[in-house]
Design a protein around this ligand. Structure first.
Ligand SMILES: [Zn+2]
Length: 376
C-alpha cells in the first residue's frame, strides 16, 4: 500500500495517507457527531462538531502510535521500517523484510495491541480523574471524548488479538507455532487458515446482521470480513510461492539478452530503430564494454515527442549506480519482494561493479507457471 499523501516523519519513519483514508475519516467524523449529538443534544452543533473532528484526529493519532510501536520494536530487532500508511481499514507499517526468527515476530506483533490497550486505559483513567464514574453519561465534552477513545482503543486491541492473519494476533499465533514446531511454513499456513476462518465468520455475521435489522453496519462488517479473508488467503499464496522459489537464485533465472545501444543516439533514432523494431523493453548503454546504464520505455515516456531528436539516450538513461540492484547470489524470492515493493519490472544483477544479467517479473512468473504446470 503506497501512501499518496505524505505527512512527514516521526522517529525517522515516514507517515502517509492512502486516499481511501479520507473517505473513512469523513465517515468516522460524521458518525461521531451523530453519537455525541444523540447523547447530548444540549451541547450545541459547534461543540458537537469540534468534538467529532478532534476525536477522529486523536483516533488516527492512536492508530499511528499503534503502528509506530510495531515499527520501533522492529527497528530495535534489526528490521528497518520504511513507512507507515493509514488506509480505509486502519494502518500498516511496512517493514523492509520479514522477521527471521520467531521471537522477533512475536515481539514486533504483540506490541501493537499492547500499545492500543495502554492508550485506551490512559484515556479511561483520565476520564475517571475528571470525575467519570463508569456511568454511561459523560458530563463534559472532554470526558465524552476520552471515554469514546478509551473504549475504541481497547476494542482495537482486542480485535487485533484475534489469532488469524492479517491481524496482529495472527502473527503472534504464527510466532508461537513457529517457535514450538520450528517450522515457519507450518506456522504461516495455520495463521492463514485461522485468518480465513475469521474473515469468513465476519462475512456471514455481517450479512446476517444486514438482513436482521441494523443494516449498514452489517454490510460494513461483511466488507471487513471480505478484506480479512482475502488478505489471509494472499499470505497462503505468498507462502506457496516462497516455497516454490526456495533455493532458486537470481543467477539461475537471469538473462543478459538486452540489446546494447549507443548512448549518443537521439531518442528519435532509439525509438524507431530499437524500441519499436526489436520488441524488447530494456536496453543497455555500454562504454568501452562496461555497462553504465539502462533505458526502458519508462524513461522515454517522460520526454515530449518534439524533444526526441534533441535528446540523447545518455540524457535520460538510468545510470547503473542509481539503480536498485541485486547480485546473482540473491534469492529470487528476495528479488521478487524488491520488484513488488518498488513497483518496477526488472532488476539488474551486478557483481564486482559489472552487470551480470537482468531478472524481470515476467521471468519469475514464467518460472512459477512452468513449475505449477509440471506440478513440482
Ligand atoms: Zn498492529
Amino acid at each position: 500500500m503506497e501512501a499518496q499523501i505524505k505527512l512527514g516523519r516521526i522517529f525517522g519513519v515516514e507517515i502517509g495517507l492512502h486516499y481511501s483514508w479520507l473517505i473513512i475519516a469523513l465517515l468516522i467524523a460524521f458518525s461521531l457527531a451523530g453519537h455525541f449529538g444523540a447523547a447530548h443534544p444540549d451541547w450545541g452543533r459547534g461543540v458537537i462538531w469540534s468534538m467529532a473532528i478532534i476525536t477522529a484526529l486523536l483516533f488516527f493519532a492512536a492508530i499511528v502510535a499503534h503502528e509506530l510501536s510495531h515499527a520501533l520494536v522492529a527497528r530495535r530487532r534489526g528490521l528497518p521500517v520504511r513507512s507507515i500508511t493509514l488506509f480505509a481499514l486502519g494502518g500498516v507499517a511496512q517493514l523492509e523484510k520479514e522477521p527471521e526468527d520467531a521471537k522477533t515476530e512475536f515481539l514486533v506483533s504483540i506490541v501493537g495491541p499492547i500499545a492500543s490497550a495502554a492508550i485506551g486505559f490512559v484515556c479511561l483513567m483520565l476520564a475517571w480523574a475528571l470525575g467519570w464514574t463508569m456511568m454511561p453519561e459523560a458530563t463534559t465534552p472532554l470526558m465524552a471524548m476520552l471515554i469514546w477513545l478509551g473504549y475504541i482503543n481497547i476494542g482495537l486491541a482486542i480485535f487485533n488479538l484475534l489469532p488469524g492473519f492479517p491481524m496482529d494476533g495472527g502473527r503472534v499465533l504464527r510466532a508461537l507455532i513457529w517457535w514450538y514446531t520450528g517450522s515457519a511454513r507450518r506456522a504461516t499456513l495455520a495463521a492463514s487458515v485461522t485468518g480465513q476462518v475469521f474473515g469468513f465468520a465476519f462475512i456471514i455475521f455481517g450479512i446476517y446482521r444486514f438482513f436482521g435489522g441494523p443494516g449498514i453496519s452489517g454490510l460494513w462488517m461483511a466488507f471487513i470480513g471480505w478484506f480479512l479473508f482475502n488478505a489471509a488467503k494472499a499470505v497462503y499464496a505468498q507462502q506457496e510461492m516462497t516455497e516454490r522459489l526456495r533455493g532458486v537464485r537470481v543467477g539461475d533465472l537471469m538473462t543478459l539478452d538486452c540489446t546494447v545501444v549507443d548512448g549518443n543516439d537521439n531518442l528519435q533514432t532509439f525509438v524507431h530503430d530499437y524500441l519499436l523494431h526489436t520488441g524488447r523493453r530494456c536496453f543497455l548503454i555500454a562504454e568501452q564494454g562496461v555497462v553504465t546504464g539502462l533505458i526502458t520505455p519508462n524513461e522515454v515516456k517522460g520526454i515530449p515527442r518534439a524533444r526526441w531528436p534533441y535528446t540523447t539516450v545518455y540524457d535520460v538513461m538510468r545510470p547503473l549506480e542509481q539503480l536498485r540492484t541485486v547480485t546473482p547470489e540473491t534469492p529470487v524470492s528476495e528479488a521478487l519482494e524488491i520488484i513488488g515493493r518498488d513497483d518496477i519490472n526488472q532488476l539488474p544483477a551486478v557483481a564486482n561493479g559489472r552487470l551480470e544479467g537482468m531478472i524481470s517479473r515476467d521471468q519469475i512468473l514464467r518460472y512459477l507457471l512452468t513449475r505449477a504446470e509440471l506440478k513440482m
